[in-house]
Design a protein. Structure first.
Length: 200
């Protein structure tokens, strides 16, 4: 039995931090896991920028409320969920993910948790488990599932390479060039066909 493991941002919805950078007028917040492989370093830097500008969870939630799934994402996900078990494995946070999961039809998601002060300031974050995407895939495999994974960023490569099959989706040229052994898809039709082929 297969479990399809998908990244969230860049695969099914736009990058939350990029959207927030555009809305807040803080261009340095456009940096994502496509640019910085070290997630802890990236998040510590993001929280420093938020503190510097006096911004907190409420302002980010306002941006998230206006984000819609990428064109074709919900249809792709609905089709895939009718054929296979699907889990979204993301390094985002439950506070960010909930409104997006509603727009996607409430798929299962495994993600992390922000630590938020009473005044709404984001003071820290808690990762669900170390190397969460890799660890989740290995955990599913230990329960007798085969995994097929897809994502777009550096932090997705662990789960892609640990799976029976894995695919980059709309990734950067640098990531694709550094990982030529990983097939790359640019459309949902291509990704769906690749997943179906791998699951035969």
């Amino acid at each position: 039995m297969y479990v399809i493991c998908l990244d969230l941002e860049g695969v099914l919805v736009p990058e939350i931090w990029v959207a927030f950078a555009e809305k807040s007028g803080i261009p340095e917040l456009k940096k994502t896991t496509r640019d910085e492989p070290d997630y802890d370093k990236l998040m510590a830097w993001r929280l420093d920028v938020l503190r510097e500008h006096g911004l907190g969870l409420r302002e980010i939630e306002e941006t998230i409320d206006a984000i819609d799934p990428l064109p074709g994402a919900k249809e792709f996900l609905d089709t895939l969920r009718a054929e296979q078990q699907v889990v979204i494995i993301s390094d985002t946070f439950t506070q960010f993910a909930r409104p997006l999961m509603k727009k996607l039809g409430w798929p299962a998601i495994f993600c992390n948790e922000l630590v938020v002060a009473e005044d709404g300031q984001i003071t820290d974050y808690r990762m669900r488990i170390a190397r969460s995407k890799y660890s989740t895939v290995k955990g599913l495999q230990s329960m007798g599932f085969e995994t097929i994974a897809s994502g777009d960023s550096y932090n997705d490569l662990d789960m892609i390479k640990a799976s029976k099959a894995g695919f980059l989706f709309r990734s950067t040229e640098a990531i694709k060039a550094a990982n030529p052994q990983v097939p790359a898809c640019e459309t949902y039709d291509e990704l769906l066909a690749a997943i179906r082929q791998a699951a035969r």
